[in-house]
Design a protein around this ligand. Structure first.
Ligand code: GRG
Length: 301
């Protein structure tokens, strides 16, 4: 089966299970109706659910059959946290964007104060959901530690701080890689790590999976930068051509579109090489299929 079809079949099998309980679960855990509405608005606005899908794919690859049962909330916690980061990133004090996931941004709809609180609520609820089920206490503790490290001041928040500070400053490519690793890569790293923790795979066996995750994360950001240049707002559901306008540091800005596409192809190859180092008994086709998300033909040579 071609990779893109494998990924589509996997998405079709899992998205309903991941999405269906979300609205009611957010409402059940939120003590204010307007706040719940603001939180639900962005979570239900139609994201790809790439991060929880990566967690389930890792679990499927490592473990036996996956039955989320009552335990889907620890997996969707990451989507809550990711959505918080988008809401806060869009705020007037940050990127000041009006369109996200094809809809008006949270602050356009609810005002900046309520949007800030919707983000705060989602960030906090993510940690509540990590520890809300009957998973073994050590698994809960490891998930909590790993998500805090990925999302907080040693990960995504640090990357966002660098991003804000480096506008109108020309960063060397090596610094840009660090920024991307923190801002975008850390949550994708965690997405795979969460699958390894949930599967209770011994840490000595984690390296190839995490190398795959880190290559996927860098490729994801390079592709996001490429799409900003080559797409229209209606294709992406958000503003485009923003990076150049704001003199942001990007791969296309530093290497040109073709150079960025070459870097994307090389990064995908690194991820595939990492998967190839896993024992032959591990079926890596599902994780490898995630690379079909990147259309390297968007940029004509
Ligand atoms: C506010 C602390 C804080 C951090 C914000 C996520 C983020 C950090 C900034 C968003 C800016 C950006 C364009 C990052 C590039 C990668 C990215 C996170 C894209 C959006 O993720 P997708 O494509 O979105 O998975 P959907 O809507 O499908 O979930």
């Amino acid at each position: 089966m071609p990779s893109n079809e494998r990924l589509q079949a996997f998405e079709q099998a899992w998205l309903p299970q991941l999405n269906q309980p979300l609205a009611a679960a957010i409402a059940a855990d939120t003590g204010d109706d307007q706040l719940a509405a603001a939180m639900q608005y962005s979570v239900l606005a139609g994201g790809k659910r790439l991060r929880p899908l990566l967690t389930v794919a890792t679990l499927t690859t490592v473990g036996p059959t996956v039955d989320l049962g009552q335990d889907w909330r620890p997996i969707m916690a990451l989507e809550l946290l990711h959505t918080y980061s988008l809401i806060h990133d869009d705020l007037p004090a940050m990127d000041n964007d009006d369109l996200r996931r094809g809809e008006p941004t949270n602050h356009v709809k609810f005002g900046a104060g309520m949007a800030t609180l919707a983000g705060d609520g989602l960030l906090t609820l993510a940690f509540q959901w990590l520890t809300a089920t009957a998973l073994p206490p050590l698994v809960q503790a490891k998930l909590t530690q790993a998500l805090a490290r990925a999302a907080g001041p040693s990960g995504m928040v640090a990357g966002q701080a660098k991003d804000i500070r480096s506008e109108h400053i020309d960063l060397p490519l090596s610094d840009l890689r660090v920024l991307h690793r923190e801002k975008t890569g850390a949550l994708l790293h965690y997405a795979v790590q969460a699958g390894l923790i949930l599967a209770e795979l011994p840490e000595a066996q984690w390296t190839p999976y995490l190398k795959f995750a880190d290559a996927f994360g860098l490729a994801f950001q390079i592709y996001d930068d490429i799409l900003d240049v080559v797409s229209t707002p209606s294709e992406l559901g958000k503003a485009t051509q923003k990076d150049a306008g704001e003199a942001k540091n990007t791969y296309p800005g530093k290497l040109g579109l073709e150079g960025a596409n070459q870097a994307l192809i090389a990064t995908i190859e690194q991820g595939q090489t990492a998967l190839a180092t896993l024992p032959a008994t591990v079926d890596t086709r599902l994780l490898a299929a995630f690379f079909s998300y990147f259309d390297t033909k968007r940029v004509k040579a």
